[in-house]
Ligand binder design. Structure first.
Ligand SMILES: Cc1cc2nc3c(=O)[nH]c(=O)nc-3n(C[C@H](O)[C@H](O)[C@H](O)COP(=O)(O)O)c2cc1C
Length: 330
């Protein structure tokens, strides 16, 4: 029978399907369901940098009002107040570790290399197997140019990787003007994995109330194209592992991402739409395909359709329709 095991950032996983960070991964009962139904690792719902910083400010006020002014007292206050979001997050990590025997990857949504960067150490101490940085600097600040925007990413990577020894993944968007080289450069800065690409909250307009509302929250199968193209292009060209996310809705799309060169995939929408058991169905689909092709392990076909191994590399870079437009008739 086909062996679906894989490695990701040095972690041994029994298969390539990781439960992506979402509302499905913020409680121990859900994490148990995901593990019982075959997820090979869990990325916890992101804790937001702003939440950590807001709590630090509250702690600082308490410290100064009670005469404590030394930085070490931060830890004391963070770990003794059960109501604080960050303490709850650390407890979720340690409870999840006790409840399941698959890796638990913590996640922080961050936009600066500021005061929050002491927190990854606490995440490591709580038992997390890895940390994913969910990082998106929206390039809409007209006072900051592209170089200044990218510097924020490098600063965050440096701050975090030097403070912890568990692997760090970078989950980002495709909004970079020099995407290929930028991803390559990130991969040389000590991270263990790149997660391509996050799907963010997208605004839409309500034409009745004339208000801004949430756009499509869940992805569709056709949303896979962007990450499939870039996993294919970046495979064998980065110094870290690759994890694909967005638009992976069935076993076939997992197979495509492995063929492109991914170590793992991260799924959320397919589970929201079809339930926890659907992971098992996806795994069966992968196994059946592997058996039909006589593949015993993922390594036998991983990266087979990556650009660097292709005899038609231009096909991965084609962005205009050309002949498809000409031949497309109504
Ligand atoms: C309801 C919801 C909440 C999410 N919350 C987070 C989050 O806290 N942190 C994060 O990095 N990604 C978050 N994501 C993004 C997912 O982890 C995933 O990368 C994205 O949805 C693309 O995968 P999919 O097409 O399988 O949904 C969220 C997605 C959804 C649908």
């Amino acid at each position: 029978m086909a062996n679906l095991s894989t490695t990701y950032m040095g972690l041994q996983l029994k298969n390539p399907i990781i439960a992506a960070s979402s509302g499905l991964t913020d409680s121990v009962p859900n994490i148990k369901e995901l593990a019982d139904n075959g997820a090979s690792a869990i990325v916890l719902k992101s804790l937001f940098e702003e939440e950590i910083v807001a709590e630090m400010e509250t702690s600082l006020q308490k410290m100064t009002s009670s005469g404590f002014i030394y930085p070490e007292t931060f830890e004391y206050y963070e770990q003794t107040d059960d109501e604080e979001v960050s303490s709850k997050y650390l407890k979720l990590i340690s409870d999840a570790k006790k409840a399941v025997d698959i890796p638990i990857i913590a996640s922080i949504n961050c936009v600066t290399a500021g005061e929050w960067t002491h927190f990854p150490k606490l995440i490591e101490q709580a038992g997390a197997d890895a940390l994913e940085l969910n990082l998106f600097i929206l390039p809409s600040d007209f006072t900051r140019d592209q170089i200044a925007n990218e510097k924020i990413y490098y600063d965050i990577i440096q701050e975090v990787t030097q403070k912890i020894s568990i692997p760090v993944a970078l989950k980002i968007s495709s909004h970079f003007s020099d995407l290929g080289r930028t991803l390559q450069n990130f991969s040389t800065k000590g991270i263990g994995g790149l997660v391509l690409f996050n799907r963010f909250y997208n605004p839409d307009f309500d034409l009745d109330s004339l208000e801004i509302i949430a756009g499509n929250i869940l992805s569709n199968p056709s949303d896979i194209s962007m990450s499939l193209r870039w996993i294919s292009i970046m495979a064998n060209r980065v110094d870290c592992d690759l994890s694909a996310t967005t638009g992976i809705h069935n076993g076939e799309s997992v197979i495509k991402q492995i063929l492109a060169g991914a170590n793992t995939v991260q799924i959320a929408s397919a589970i929201y739409k079809n339930g926890f058991e659907y992971i098992q169905a996806m795994l069966e689909e992968i196994e059946m395909w592997m058996d039909s092709k006589n593949y015993n392990s993922l390594d036998e076909f991983r990266g087979k359709l990556s650009q660097s191994k292709s005899n038609n590399p231009a096909a991965y870079e084609r962005v205009q329709f050309m002949k498809h437009f000409r031949s497309y008739q109504k």
